[in-house]
Design a protein around this ligand. Structure first.
Ligand SMILES: [Mg+2]
Length: 262
């Protein structure tokens, strides 16, 4: 089903942990892979925290991780925009982490009510205000580029989830009758390509493991990776019929049965 993988890519929220609670068996799976010295990456669409925070969070849960192994959508976005000066002045609907990583990468950010942006960047923002939404709407109707860190509707939490960037994208798409033009995090093929290049293996030797068909599995499919879906809610007939995983398991621990090593 997953062949003989040479590299592993794990989603974080809903795969390794929910909120601050490690998902049972995640540590065993990772320990088993660590023994082989095969490379591992942890990829999260959550742009709210730094790579340092995720490294510490994982280590505190008993999951060994190194900062170089962590890819967040805010880190990725700041690096991407740094290489794409054509996006010009950016107005970001986002939180402190995205803003500070963008500043570190010398991205030209404008404030709400300030200079006219060339691009609207939508992200997961628990500090969203009417003013931010209105400013983005106004400039989108006047031709600004429309990009986003991630398309997720809900970020899983122990309390049932937080409204994520997808909800803000939907609001702006409905209001402007436009579609977001570029997603930078999962499931974008630009992230897929970056991962494969970074891991130094071919796409088909990579396996991506996650709990979302429209982000984790879609990224793997687009890039040509092997895909493992953790169907933790035991969904009988997934609505997403485009992203069919190579392997479906109900809990991360079940992956142990499929690894071609002890
Ligand atoms: Mg997830």
């Amino acid at each position: 089903m997953i062949g003989n993988p040479k590299a592993f890519i794990f989603d974080l929220d809903g795969t390794i942990y929910i909120g601050d609670k490690r998902i049972e068996g995640a540590d065993k799976v990772l320990e088993s892979i660590r023994k082989t010295n095969l490379p591992i990456r942890f990829v999260t669409n959550n742009p709210r925290f730094s790579r340092e925070v995720y490294t510490e969070k994982l280590n505190n849960m008993g999951v060994q991780a190194d900062i170089e192994e962590i890819i967040t959508s805010s880190w990725l976005t700041a690096n991407y925009l740094n290489k794409k000066p054509l996006y010009g002045k950016i107005f970001a609907i986002g939180e402190k982490q995205l803003i500070s990583e963008s500043k570190e990468m010398n991205i030209n950010l404008v404030r709400v009510g300030g200079e006219d942006p060339d691009t609207i960047l939508v992200s997961f923002d628990t500090t969203l205000t009417y003013e931010k939404l209105q400013f983005a709407y106004y400039h989108l109707t006047n031709g600004a580029n429309f990009i986003a860190t991630n398309p997720d509707m809900i970020c899983p939490t122990l309390e049932g989830g937080l409204l994520d960037a997808g909800v803000i994208i939907s609001a702006l798409e409905s209001a402007t009758d436009r579609k977001v033009e570029q997603i930078i995090g999962k499931p974008s093929s630009l992230l897929g390509k970056l991962l494969v290049d970074n891991l130094g293996v071919s796409a088909k030797e990579c396996v991506i493991i996650g709990d979302r068909l429209n982000t984790d599995i879609s990224l793997g499919k687009k890039t040509g990776m092997k895909t493992v879906w953790i169907n933790s809610s035991n969904i009988k007939h997934p609505k997403d019929t485009e992203n069919i995983p190579d392997l479906t398991i109900n809990k991360i621990e079940d992956l142990l049965e499929w690894l071609p090593f002890e």
